[in-house]
Design a protein around this ligand. Structure first.
Ligand SMILES: NC(=O)C1=CN([C@@H]2O[C@H](COP(=O)(O)OP(=O)(O)OC[C@H]3O[C@@H](n4cnc5c(N)ncnc54)[C@H](O)[C@@H]3O)[C@@H](O)[C@H]2O)C=CC1
Ligand code: BAL
Length: 496
């Protein structure tokens, strides 16, 4: 985006923000029954707002309002084109308020304003718009059947959906979930991560302004055990869509087993590889992709490529270029649009990331408060840095002697979310893309695909479905078969 402001202008906007402080239930802001909690600015450590937290009472209220809204059909049974209209209006409102949302997101999460302005907010709008535009263009199906029957296969909204959000892309992950869920006609209850409730609350308010009926989108701030668990265990929640750690994802599977067998879709962690073969071309471009893959969003990204698996033939020239490229990636005040890295989310997470800053770094290796320099280590595959999901700006370089060894190492992990392969040889590229066990494999680039491509993980990176694209629509709908007998009663019954 060419119209970025100056740091001083962003700070002036930040000082003027009107921050939401209560839950959004049944079409309006209202205080929750849980303990109030403080949301902090990760960059300064100072309180941003005191938020009235929710508890199981609020979960019960929100679920009953969501169910009522669903059953009344003011949203679920509206023509798809009418749902589209409301969601497109919401996109316009987000666009109108994009700067406020970008600053709020940066303040609450520590993300660089540069990313909020150029990635998070535009992609939030794109996601909501894509699903809005999809919903009046998809068709149900007919199955092959004998001449005297018609077999219809319909998609129906699931009902009441709980969306459990992480703190690393608060607004964008909300859009990944509510976009397809609302477009399909569901009622959605969002539980933002306790570190980052602000933009989710504001988005719910904008959705009401756009014309979304009461109870169709509600937001319950609070922590995992107090709000997430009652949602996961609720007998009248039909589905949970979760993004976060694999450990917490397991809880949601248990909650479902212990309650109503609600559908659970999990998007969890990753320890993603960038694999560079000996025939990779244009090492300047490769270096640029590797830096972006490892350090975008401070590495607080489930698809961050935290393992560079490189053939020894190209290692030295590639590392030289990576280190040179890294000089442009400045760390510091998230509201300074020249900074590519902002602050890590909170003190607990900083301590976890800092505990991996050991040994001799090729770059970085230091942390100052919440600001961790982009760091590179050359290590062995057995080092914890090469195994654990650190979720910070730390890249492990692993050297291999063959392309086969590179693929074996890429797969030597419990995770399987994303991977990138760099090679000039088409056959090698396709073989590698097939052999790597990951939900998304990019060739000669790094990325998560687009809004049109499914995103999710193999192994312990995911469970139950995919986000984005038409596959996200599948996630939030049930399949129904309707079988209609067409035999003429005059010809006798059709039994047997
Ligand atoms: N895949 C991803 O995008 C993310 C991965 N992570 C990973 O998880 C690690 C820990 O971060 P956390 O914030 O603790 O993630 P988390 O997985 O604990 O939190 C994600 C969401 O689950 C909720 N939650 C937590 N415990 C819960 C419980 N017992 N019952 C119900 N809901 C619960 C949280 O309130 C939050 O809304 C990070 O260091 C990173 O490795 C964290 C955030 C996003
Ligand atoms: N990068 C989008 C998904 C996530 O980090 O949770």
């Amino acid at each position: 985006m060419s119209d970025l402001l100056t740091t001083a202008e962003y700070k002036a906007l930040a000082a003027d923000l009107d921050l939401p402080r209560t839950a959004f239930i049944d079409g309006k802001y209202r205080a929750g029954h849980g303990a109030a909690f403080t949301t902090f600015n990760p960059a300064t450590g100072l309180p941003l707002a005191e938020i009235s937290g929710c508890d199981a009472t609020d979960v019960d209220l929100a679920v009953s309002r969501a169910r009522e809204a669903f059953d009344q059909g003011h949203w679920a049974k509206r023509a798809p084109s009418q749902r589209k209209e409301v969601l497109v209006r919401l996109c316009k409102l987000i666009t109108r308020n994009r700067r406020e949302l970008a600053v709020m997101e940066s303040l609450d999460s520590g993300k660089p304003i540069l990313d909020c302005e150029t990635i998070d907010i535009p992609e939030t709008i794109e996601t909501l718009k894509w699903h809005a535009e999809l919903i009046d263009k998809i068709y149900d199906q007919m199955a092959p059947a004998q001449e005297d029957a018609i077999a219809m296969i319909l998609r129906e909204p699931i009902g009441v959906v709980a969306a459990i959000l992480p703190w690393n892309f608060p607004l964008l992950m909300m859009a990944w979930k509510i976009g397809p869920a609302l477009a399909a006609g569901n009622s959605v209850i969002v539980k933002p991560a306790e570190q980052t409730s602000l933009t989710a609350l504001r988005l719910a308010e904008l959705a009401a302004e756009a014309g979304l009926p009461r109870g169709v989108l509600q937001v319950l701030p609070g922590d995992g055990p107090t709000v997430g668990a009652p949602l996961g265990l609720h007998m009248d929640v039909d589905m949970v869509s979760f993004t976060g750690s694999t450990e917490t994802g397991r809880h949601f599977l248990r909650y479902a087993a212990d309650s109503n067998l609600k559908k659970v879709v999990l998007e969890c962690g990753g320890k993603n590889p960038c694999v560079v073969f000996d025939d990779a071309e244009n090492l300047d471009a490769v270096a640029s992709h590797v830096v972006n893959a490892a350090f975008w969003n401070m590495g607080e990204n489930c698809s961050a490529a935290s393992r560079l698996i490189v053939h020894h033939a190209v290692k030295e020239p590639l590392l030289e270029r990576i280190l040179a490229r890294l000089r442009d990636w400045k760390t510091g005040d998230p509201l300074n649009p020249a900074h590519h890295l902002g602050a890590l989310i909170d003190a607990e997470h900083c301590a976890k990331v800092a505990s991996y800053l050991t040994g001799t770094a090729l770059a970085g290796g230091t942390a100052e408060g919440p600001f961790v320099q982009p760091t590179i280590y050359e290590i062995s595959p057995k080092d914890a840095k090469a195994i654990d999901e650190i979720f910070g700006p730390i890249l492990s370089v692993l050297t291999v002697a063959s392309n086969d060894e590179a693929i074996a190492l890429a797969n030597d992990t419990n995770y399987g979310l994303a991977a990138s392969v760099f090679t000039a040889n088409t056959r090698n590229a396709i073989r590698a893309a097939r052999d790597i066990k990951a939900g998304t494999v990019t060739v000669n680039t790094y990325g998560e695909g687009s809004i049109a491509t499914p995103f999710g993980g193999y192994k312990q990176s995911g469970f139950g479905g995919r986000e984005n694209g038409i596959h996200a629509h599948d996630q939030f709908t049930e399949i129904k078969t309707i079988w209609i007998d067409l035999t003429d009663p005059a010809d006798g019954d059709n039994v047997g």
